[in-house]
Every structure is written in C-alpha cells, then in structure tokens.
Design a protein around this ligand. Structure first.
Ligand SMILES: *Cc1c(COP(=O)(O)O)cnc(C)c1O
Length: 834
C-alpha cells in the first residue's frame, strides 16, 4: 500500500517534469531582454538584465504554480490561509534559482552577457513588507510550507511603500520612503478578474425578506475594491510553487461616477486617492500599536478581501453548503492584527450566505487559529468601540453578540462573579470603551499558540490565565524557526558546501540531521575549513561595514553583533554601557586579557519612538569617540550599520562570532535572529528569554554565555528596585555612568542623553538595565576569554550549528500541521530525489 503511494507520487513528479519542458533558458532570457524589455545594448544597466532574468525565472515559477493549484483543486484537499499584515520576504531571485535548481542554466545563459548571477542578485530590491521578526517569520513559514508541499496560501497587503529606508545623519536616524515598486515588481502576477469588494462606513438596518424573515443589512457603505497580486513561493527542488496573495486597494468605478455625475470631477479623483490610501504604506511600528483609523482599515481590508476570496472558491465548488467548511479550511492569524476575521467570517456566513448564528459560529470558531506574538502591554491591540462602530457598524454588532454569548459561558464557570465578567469581557469598560482584540481572537479560535516554551507558559500562566482555565485544550506552543535554505544554504554557501561534503545534502530538507557534523570537531581539516570560511565571511562583512559606515573592521578580531529592531526591551543600551566599560578599561590601561572586538549594531527605530531613536544617537556618538581614539583602536571598533534588513542580515549572520540576545527576561516572545546566528556558527551571549532558553538547552552550558535576571525573578526585583544603589555598589557601572554623565560622548550637544541616564536610574525602569549590568559584563568577559582559545572556539562554533536542528521553520511548520492544521502534503519530493 505504502509503496503504491510512492510510485504514484514518483509518477506525478515525472509527469510534472514533462509538463515543464520549456524553451532553453538562454532563449527565454534573450527574448525577455530584447522584446519584453526592448533592450538591445549589452552594455545597458544590470537592472534590465536582472529584470529579464527575473521574468525568465518567473515563467518557470508560474508554470509550476498553476500546476500546484490545479493539483489542489483536483484533490479537493483541506487548505490553510495564513493571514498576516506583514511578509518580510527580502530578495527573491537567488532563492528561486536555488530552489528551482537553475544555477547551471543561469550561469550558462549569463555568460553571453559577461555578467555573473551574483552581480544581478545585488540589484534586486528587498520586498520589505514587514517590520522585523513577525514579518520575517511569515516569510520563513511560506518557504517551509512550499518546501513541505503543504497547501498553504499567504494573504497580505501589497503596500506601495514598505518598511522605510534608514540612513544616519550626525548619528541620528533619518527615514526615507521605500518606493519599492517604482521600477516594477517582476515577480507578481495581477489577477484583476478575482477582484473583491470591501465595505466601510454606512449603517445597519433591519429588513424583512419575502418569507418574512428578518435580516440585518449593512448599507450606504463606501466600498473599496481589492485587487489580488500573486507572488510565487517556490519550494526547495520539489516542483511545488505556493502563492502569496497580496491585496491592493482601488476605488470603485460607480463611486467615482456618482460624484462625476454631480459635476465633481476633482472630488471623484480625491475619492480615488482615499481608496488607494488603504494599501499605501506599512505602519513602521514593531511591538507597539498606533491605534490609527487607517491601520484598522488595512486590517479589515485584508481580512474581508481574503475571506471573500476563500468563500467564493468554496461556493464555486460546493454551492452554499458549508457543512464541511471547517473540516476543509483553516485560517491562521499571525498575531491579533487580522483578528477582525472572526466577526467578518460571521458576517459573511450570516448576512451573505444566510446561515444561522449557531452554525456560523461553529464554522468560525472551528476554522480560526490565533498565534500570539507578544506580552508587551503596548503591543496588545485595542480598538475603540466608537471607531469600530463608525467604520464597521455591522462588525460591531457581531462583536457585541459574540461577547454576550461568551459572557454567558463565563457565568457558568464563575457564577455571579461581576469581576470575572469585567475581567474577561471583549469590551474594556471606561470613558472610551475599547475592544480587546486578543480576547476576541481567543474566544473565536480553536487554537491559541505562543512562539517559544517560556512565552507560551507565560500566556497560560499570566496574560490569558482565566481563558486557559476556561479552555485548557485550546492553548499550545509552537517555538519559532527559520528557513535553513535562506539562513544557511543561500546566505552561507561555502559553509553549506563544507557541511554537505561531510554529511551529504539531506540536512537542507531534514534539518535535524545537522547534528551529524558534531563528530567533526575532531577533524583538523574540517575545523580549519570552518575557521577559514568564518574568516572569509568576516572579510566580506568588513568590506560592507567600510562602505556603509566608514569604519575599519579587522577579521582577526572578535565580531560581536546585535542587529534587530531598536527597542528598550531588547536593551541595545546594555550593550552600549558595556562598550563604555571596555573603553574605560582601555583608557585606564586595564588591558590584560582584553579580547580585541569589532562591535556591530543595526536596526530601525519606529519613527515615533523617541527613546529608541536616542539610543541610535548614543550608539553612534560612542562609536565615534572610540573609533577616533588611537589607543582604543587595537582593542575596540564600533559601527552602526544603516538600513538593517533581510539582505543585510544575509551578509551579517554568517560573519558573527558572538550573537547578542540580551532582552529583559520575559519580554522577547521568541526571537528568530538568535536562530539565524546559531545556524551560522555564532555563539550566543544571552538572557534566559524566549527561544534563547531552548537554544541554551540545545547547545549546553559552556557553549553559550548566559547572564541576567530570570523571568520568574523579574517581578520581585521590580518590587524594590533601586538602581542608584546598584550603581553605587558596582565599581564598573559607577565608572560607566560617570563617563556618560560627564558628557564625554556629547561634548558639543550638552544634555542630549539625559533621558537615557534618567531611565537607567529610574526605580520604575521596566527593563532592569542596571540590575543586569555586572552579570552581563562578567559574561562578556567569559566570552572574550573563550575567544582567545581559537581551537576551542571553533569547536563551540561547530557545536552551535550542530545543535541548531530544532530551530528550522520546517520543524515549526510540521508541528503547526500536526497539532493545528492537519493538511496533507501534495506531491511531496521523494526523499531520493534531493
Ligand atoms: C530575523 C530578522 C529579524 C528578527 O530579529 P530578532 O533578533 O529576533 O528581533 C528582524 N529583522 C530582520 C531583517 C531579520 O532578518
């Protein structure tokens, strides 16, 4: 029986291969270059060649994408829609070439133009439709789903402007709009025939149909069109190409016409702009909520367009029979951002498809699954009842009804308990009542997951404790992961080749096998190669740092790196205090056992986050003083890498010796940067927070530099926190604070760092920077000493990569599928075919 299946699969695969018999790659490239783009000069810019190459690769992606879709329709299989306001995809060309195994064809075809693939890869702009970890997670998940041939479609917004570009001027962050579509986006395929219509504003009335039944009707709405743009998502050498469907908002014609007929030509055009505003720009806040009306419009726009899209496919297959819908469809909500999907699905089922409340609720609450990404109070979304009532009046009615029925349930478990009702209500009472979106997401979903062991246990033990008591079986953990294709094979090809030379290439698809490199820490040849590759990667990064920061890095020194969004909870400030500490040691000639380091920072601050922006300025001022002091130069160099993004990380993480993961314990839900560094053989210095704990457990003491307060200690430390006394009692911290307070780093800008100094000394400092300082300095010292024994260090580096098997997003997605989705892989790659 088993064999039969395998033969069928193999037959499908070989059939698939014949389906994709294409013209020669060379001919297609030439055609796109000369005709699609109309170029005839070989000397014309690399960008046209990149475009021609992208179109040539896209042809192959589109063919496979159509085939993947057809297979799915034929088999009528259960599907997942992954809803996310963010997809941080980065560049696509290299990924597509490697996943479709086109390297040889591409190299051959490009020879004619005298260009290397690598040169063209650099000209592609990042698709930066996300802020940081949450958006990049969505991108890694799509990669894993396609590679595992799972029927999962990503749904997001086609922002005209993605994450802003960052430059640094006089040490300050400057934001520049990311007009990433200006030169066109060669990977997308518009599908205007699958347009959807999304309603806003208007009001609700009660109407009777011809049978005398009452219906709520949402009318006199201002509608906006949603046009889908499909981006292909190739699996790794398996001929599966999944889809990321991104929606663009456009004005309806009728709406324009109404204004037009009234003679208001200009007003009609203005209306068009209003509609198109919805998908104009990504909100650049990571881990905090803006509360802006336009943001709510974006959320509802994505959700409504997506659900209508899925329902229209359902209806075309099954008519208005929804009895099997929840068995055939899952919606995974990436944080609360798309959680308005819950009342929207209710509305569509009840108002548009005429289901009763009970059946609609059964379907909704059995098809929605919610992933929580943070415990930070400032990131927990709440929308004012007044705003939702004005923008989405029918949705507000449905939320009220969900809440009323939910509170009845609460009263069964906690009878006559008004406090419980108030605590758990979807509506927070007050002068301006607010809808608690996380609560709505929990009530309306069959699965609620956190993103690392610690985070999930804090959800059930603290933030959502009462919900956990109500529904213990809804809650589960899915520790995040990252794609080993992008974050090892593609970004560190030399290391990947070295690994494959020893353990063959199955690790790319079955990343648990990476632990097979462990015995080779005793292989002199292997460890030498490992060290040489790290050195080469450090040289490559040094050239980038020189070009972008004007700072000279030396690959013989330890590369100590912290790149991630700039946020107080991530404590870039703690890292800066350590630099000032090292600088003081150098100035006082306390240089015994001081390991020379190059310290790199990178990351964007939300444009409205003053404290985070000030930390960027502090990093740059401290770097400037240290880099211009010739006595410091042999020991310490510091740079801030502008415009940190996916492409930057692809150069940075292969070159790291030491990965900084130093958040206040209990604040970082998971982290994924930590995993990319580990895969590439960096050692971590970190707190016991998020997935760091699992990294620490996997790699073992001695291969990880742990420090700081633990999550379960933080509350009692805060209770009587006295940073001034901690400073007094720590000689190292006193000296650092004196230096900072002396104005040494801001001689011509007096007082600018006072807010930072005050924050460190504030007894209410939520981030406990002073508390963790001494223990951080000690761990840094241990890391420095360890680096001095290069042989040992290389072993530890190999052991880190070897222990990173758990942190593949393939493992994460396998768990999502096993516990939540339960969809079947289609046409999986036969293992022998890798
Ligand atoms: C991985 C990644 C992140 C997430 O990093 P954390 O250290 O987990 O916060 C953010 N931005 C980019 C560009 C990334 O590649």
């Amino acid at each position: 029986m088993k064999k039969q299946i395998d033969i069928d699969k193999a037959r499908q695969t070989s059939k698939a291969k014949s389906v994709f018999k294409e013209h020669s790659f060379e001919e297609d490239l030439s055609h796109h270059f000369h005709y699609t783009l109309g170029r005839d000069e070989v000397s014309s810019s690399h960008y046209y060649l990149f475009q021609a190459l992208a179109y040539t690769v896209k042809d192959r992606l589109v063919a496979r994408c159509r085939h993947t879709l057809q297979q799915r329709q034929d088999s009528n299989t259960k599907q997942v829609a992954y809803l996310s306001l963010e997809f941080l995809m980065g560049r696509a060309l290299n990924n597509a070439v490697l996943n479709l195994d086109l390297s040889d064809e591409v190299a051959h075809a490009l020879r004619h133009y005298g260009v290397e693939l690598e040169d063209l890869v650099q000209t592609e702009r990042d698709a930066g439709l996300g802020n940081g970890g949450l958006g990049r997670l969505a991108a890694c998940f799509l990669d894993s789903c396609a590679t595992m041939a799972l029927p999962v479609t990503g749904y997001g917004i086609r922002y005209e402007y993605g994450m802003f570009n960052q430059s640094v001027n006089n040490g300050y962050q400057v934001e520049h709009p990311d007009n990433w579509l200006r030169k066109g986006h060669p990977w997308e395929v518009a599908a205007p025939e699958q347009v959807q219509r999304v309603k806003f504003y208007g009001h609700v009335t009660l109407q009777k149909d011809h049978l005398g039944r009452e219906h709520r009707v949402w009318q006199e709405t201002q509608d906006v069109l949603a046009i889908p743009y499909d981006v292909p998502v190739p699996g790794y050498k398996n001929d599966t190409v999944n889809t990321l469907r991104l929606w663009k908002s456009e004005a309806t014609d009728e709406f324009n016409l109404a204004e037009f007929n009234a003679g208001g030509y200009s007003e009609a055009v203005a209306t068009k702009n209003l509609a198109e505003q919805i998908t104009m720009v990504l909100y650049p806040n990571d881990s905090s909520e803006s509360g802006k009306e336009l943001r709510l419009k974006q959320q509802y726009f994505l959700v409504s367009a997506t659900l209508q899209d899925v329902l229209s496919h359902w209806v075309s297959e099954h008519g208005d029979n929804f009895s099997q819908f929840a068995e055939q469809q899952v919606f995974q909500l990436n944080d609360t951002h798309p959680s308005i999907a819950i009342p929207e699905l209710m509305r569509l089922l009840i108002d548009e498809h005429k289901l009763g409340w009970e059946q609609a609720w059964q379907i909704t609450s059995q098809s929605m699954a919610y992933t929580n990404h943070t415990l930070l109070p400032e990131a927990l979304e709440k929308w004012s009842v007044a705003l939702v009532g004005r923008l989405l009046p029918r949705i507000l009615e449905i939320i009220y009804e969900i809440n009323a029925r939910f509170l009845t349930q609460v009263s069964y478990l906690w009878p006559a308990n008004v406090d419980k009702q108030r605590e758990l209500s979807l509506i927070e009472e007050g002068d301006s009542p607010m809808i608690r979106m996380a609560y709505l997401a929990i009530v309306g979903s069959f699965s609620v997951n956190g993103v690392a062991e610690l985070h999930s246990s804090l959800l059930t033990g603290q933030l959502f404790k009462s919900f956990y008591q109500l529904w213990p079986n809804k809650f589960n953990n899915k520790t995040n992961g990252v794609s080993p294709r992008r974050w090892l094979s593609h970004c560190n090809p030399e290391l990947a080749t070295l690994i494959t030379g020893k353990i063959a290439d199955q690790w790319v698809l079955d990343f648990a096998q990476i632990n097979q490199i462990k015995p080779f820490i005793k292989d002199k040849e292997f460890t030498n190669q490992w060290a040489r590759i790290k050195f080469d990667n450090k040289q490559t990064l040094s050239a980038e740092v020189k070009a972008h920061c004007g700072v000279e890095f030396d690959p013989n020194m330890m590369f100590d790196i912290q790149v991630k969004r700039i946020h107080e909870y991530k404590r870039q400030l703690l890292n800066v205090l350590h630099l000032i500490h090292l600088y003081e040691r150098i100035r006082h000639n306390e240089v015994d056992n001081l390991t020379p380091r190059c310290v790199l920072f990178g990351g964007k601050a939300a444009p409205g986050y003053a404290m985070a922006k000030l930390v960027i300025k502090l990093i740059n001022n401290v770097a400037n003083v240290i880099n211009h002091d010739v006595t410091a130069n042999p020991y310490l160099r510091v740079a801030f890498y502008p415009n940190y993004n996916v492409s930057a990380m692809e150069v940075i993480c292969p070159a790291a010796d030491l990965s900084e993961q130093i958040s206040t314990a209990g604040k970082e839900a998971s982290g994924t940067g930590n995993m990319k560094f580990m895969m590439n053989g960096a050692l971590t210095i970190g707190t016991l927070d998020g997935a760091n704990i699992e990294i620490f457990d996997a790699v073992g003491e001695g291969n990880y530099f742990v420090f700081g307060a633990k999550a379960d200690e933080v509350a009692s430390i805060r209770a009587n926190y006295n940073p001034s006394r901690i400073i007094e009692e720590s000689p190292a911290l006193s000296r650092v604070m004196s230096m900072l307070e002396s104005g040494h780093f801001n001689l011509f800008e007096p007082g600018i760092f006072d807010p930072i100094i005050n924050a460190i000394k504030d007894p209410n400092d939520p981030w406990l920077t002073a508390y963790d300082f001494d223990s951080y300095v000690d761990a840094q010292h241990q890391a420095g000493l360890a680096y001095q024994n290069q042989q040992d260090w290389v072993s530890k580096s190999i052991l880190n990569t070897a222990a990173s098997g758990h942190f593949s997003s393939d493992r994460t997605i396998a768990e999502y599928n096993q516990d939540i989705w339960q969809v079947r892989p289609q046409n999986p790659t036969p293992k022998t075919d890798v």
